[in-house]
Design a protein around this ligand. Structure first.
Ligand code: PMP
Length: 398
């Protein structure tokens, strides 16, 4: 008897509900055009906001690091896996964020799951937006703190929870994505910070999709709102706009120190290889030296959003380069994505459990690397498939 036989049934059930997602395999480098199933197609599915995954300066920095330091770091940070370059990157990240200290993690995901249970526990309260990222949710699950979830971006509900909590906990920690990864909307950070300050609560902002995209030279959403110094903790990723891999926590020195003592992914999982660290450091310099990348990202974003809306698609509440095209039903989103691919456009569907069952969508992200011709081709494909599947008419909304 096969004790894992139940898995086959579960997979079959997912397929029957149109919730099984096959992995799309790229036969080429990441970029505005990629090879899928042997064909070159325009990609709208990466988080490579500034095109840095392929930037010559990052490639050169990574190669030089391999030549000098080899391929692996060989140990966890707390044993023998901290090189000078790891600490240099952290100092540069702290400066980039305008805060005293930063600590890197293997990914943005492990930054959240390492951070949240380290700084909260019995006697604390975590207050979390209902659409926060899975890594925040898992970080909260790993904590012994009490938790309350407020409806997405609902400041009145948040303020009510905070008022009720005042004085009853050692720490009240408000946690929010800065840019929501499936809808592309920006958290109302000024109001969140005001509400938290009024109640003596701390604020943790996960800026995975805002760093490199918003703020001066891509410093992020906190900088964009002029809130530096009023947000206690920022989490960032090195895997999206920065173009490589990793995550970090930025904030006070004592926070960094505590994380080096207790954050489990930091203590128990091997540190970044040299090539990754070198590429991340170079990315921060490129963001400083080449503001035109951010300008191009936003020009492409404005154009793509306006034209998608003009075609009659529902793009929800997005304010950033993440533009969802809402469809509701998972089968439609899957079919739409397949038909786009037939037309030379790679745009992945997002279905349950990443979004609610009736909130299936195609999620698009334009980057600084997309040319006008590539965006033209993508928009033409959306127009054709929208009409074919009856989501839009030739004149706009159906
Ligand atoms: N937080 C948010 C809001 C994200 O969107 C993501 C990426 N999906 C992460 C954290 C995780 O980042 P990483 O890919 O570096 O693990």
């Amino acid at each position: 008897m096969n004790p894992l036989a139940f898995l086959e049934g579960e997979v079959a059930a997912l397929r029957a509900q149109h919730l099984y997602r096959g992995l799309r395999v790229l036969g080429s480098a990441q970029g505005p055009e990629v090879e899928v199933d042997g064909r070159r197609v325009v990609s709208l599915s990466s988080n490579d906001y500034l095109g840095l995954t392929q930037h010559p300066r990052l490639r050169a920095a990574a190669l030089a690091a391999v030549a000098e330091f080899g391929v692996g770091s060989g140990a966890v940070r707390t044993i023998a896996g901290t090189l000078t370059m790891h600490e240099a990157l952290e100092a540069e990240l702290a400066e980039f964020k305008g805060v005293p200290a930063a600590l890197t993690f293997q990914s943005g995901f492990t930054a959240n799951t390492g951070l949240i249970p380290t700084i909260t526990g019995d006697g604390d309260l975590i207050v979390s937006d209902s659409l926060n990222h899975a890594s925040i949710i898992d970080g909260i699950r790993l904590s012994k703190a009490a938790r309350k979830v407020y409806p997405h971006a609902d400041i009145a509900a948040l303020a009510e929870i905070l008022q009720e909590a005042a004085g009853r906990y050692r720490l009240v920690l408000v946690v929010t994505d800065a840019v929501f990864s499936m809808d592309g909307d920006i958290a109302p950070l000024p109001a969140i910070v005001d509400a938290a300050e009024a109640a003596g609560a701390a604020v943790l902002v996960d800026d995975a999709h805002g760093s490199g995209v918003l703020g001066r030279h891509g410093r992020g959403t906190v900088d964009h709102f002029g809130l530096t110094g009023r947000v206690h903790i920022q989490v960032g990723t090195l895997s999206k706009a920065v173009g490589a891999l990793g995550g970090y926590v930025a904030g006070p020195v004592a926070l960094r120190e505590m994380l080096t003592q207790r954050a489990r992914p930091f203590l128990f999982s091997t540190s970044h290889p040299p090539a990754v660290v070198a590429a991340c450091r170079e990315a921060l310099r490129v963001m400083q030296d080449e503001p035109e990348l951010g300008e191009r990202l936003w020009a492409n974003t404005r154009r793509f959003k306006a034209e998608l809306a003009g075609l009659g698609f529902d793009t929800g509440r997005s304010e950033t380069p993440i533009t969802p095209v809402l469809m509701g039903d998972p089968a439609t989103a899957m079919r739409f994505s397949d038909r786009l691919l037939d037309q030379g456009v790679f745009a992945q569907p997002v279905v349950f459990p990443t979004v609610a069952l009736d909130q299936a969508r195609i999620r698009t992200i334009v980057t600084a690397a997309h040319t006008d011709d590539q965006l033209d081709a993508a928009l033409a494909a959306f127009a054709a498939v929208g009409q074919e599947l009856g989501l839009t008419t030739s004149r706009g909304t159906a």
